[in-house]
Design a protein around this ligand. Sequence first.
Ligand code: GDP
Ligand code: MG
Length: 389
Amino acid sequence: AKRAYVRTKPHINIGTMGHVDHGKTTLTAAITKVLSAADQAAYVPFERIDRSREEAARGITISISHVEYETATRHYAHVDMPGHADYVKNMLTGAAQLDGAVLVISAQDGVMPQTREHVLLARRVGVAHVVVALNKADGADPELTDLVELEVRELLAEHGYPDSPIVRVSGLRALEGDPEWTASIEALLRAVDDHVPVPERYTDAPFLMPVEGAITVTGRGTVVTGAIEQGTVAVGDTVEAVGQNGGFTAVVTGVETFGKTMERGEAGDNAALLLRGVRREQVRRGQVLAAPGSQTAHRRFTARLTLLTAEEGGRRTPVVNGYRPQFYLRTADAPGRITLRGADTALPGETAEVEVELGTPLAMRPGLGFAVREGGLTVGAGEVTGVLD
Ligand code: GDP
Ligand code: MG
């Protein structure tokens, strides 16, 4: 039988962000390695976190990896993402619901373009707490590292993170078992424990979980994975799929987190739900599973849309009425058409009131954030202001 997940500590969702090659995946592996010594994590090697190459070779896009660990006071789910585009999508859509982030910056390279972009994204999507891992400190000149630290402080203060702890670490050396750098990872985790508070969870609201993926388990049924956005779920509950191909209901026959059975999944948890009588093809990434009758799908909505500047990674030229980019809401993405309200064009850097018509209906509510992308660029970040039909 499977082990049960015992909820003894508050659960927190964090993730690494930062410029490519600054050591996010190495650090993620190192955290599990260091904590495995105290039995607070199962060691997850680099190759198992960074599956991007292997998956890319097989033509599968894996955009997010989850690892699990505990400190003395918390249980953490930690996400690491392979590429910059995955960050942008997962963060802006809220698919990665981060209570806090570990910003990884190479002490040898300093602040780079994706470092800036991720700080900006974190601010936009409401990641309230950032802890900095000044990584690769093993090979960095301490005086140059002081300068990098000043630069980092300035960047963070500029974006509303004036009191972020900055910890000098070496993910690589810790992974190799070096005691000094192992201690640096412990210091980083203490900083995360201290700096990222336990957020308020909406456990009393109706159950809602955006679908990240689904697999068939022979002889058992279809397992649907995702992060629970609000409410709770337990074996025996009926859930309804809303969104593209939605409309069916199913009974939950199993609730798990990281391979362990749970009595009850709660807002903030990463969950795998076993659904009876559902075929794999019925479930799609982008649907939501919800308490029956609590959610409806819509194709049209009004929104406030901020177009990113070229500096922020956005467009150089204005968008015009009838513009058709791709929309990312929670785990869903769908094409859509934008009608500007009271204007013919909107410039990068501007915030516009718009009306959107999606190619497929999606579950949504006022206040929901979304990203707008086009040809590999994130061109805008928006918020639903009203749901039409
Ligand atoms: P990511 O793209 O941010 O996930 O970066 P990776 O974790 O893949 O690391 C990129 C490269 O930096 C690899 O060659 C790592 O071995 C190296 N690296 C990562 N962490 C450290 C560190 O603490 N010190 C040193 N010297 N190299 C590191
Ligand atoms: Mg990586």
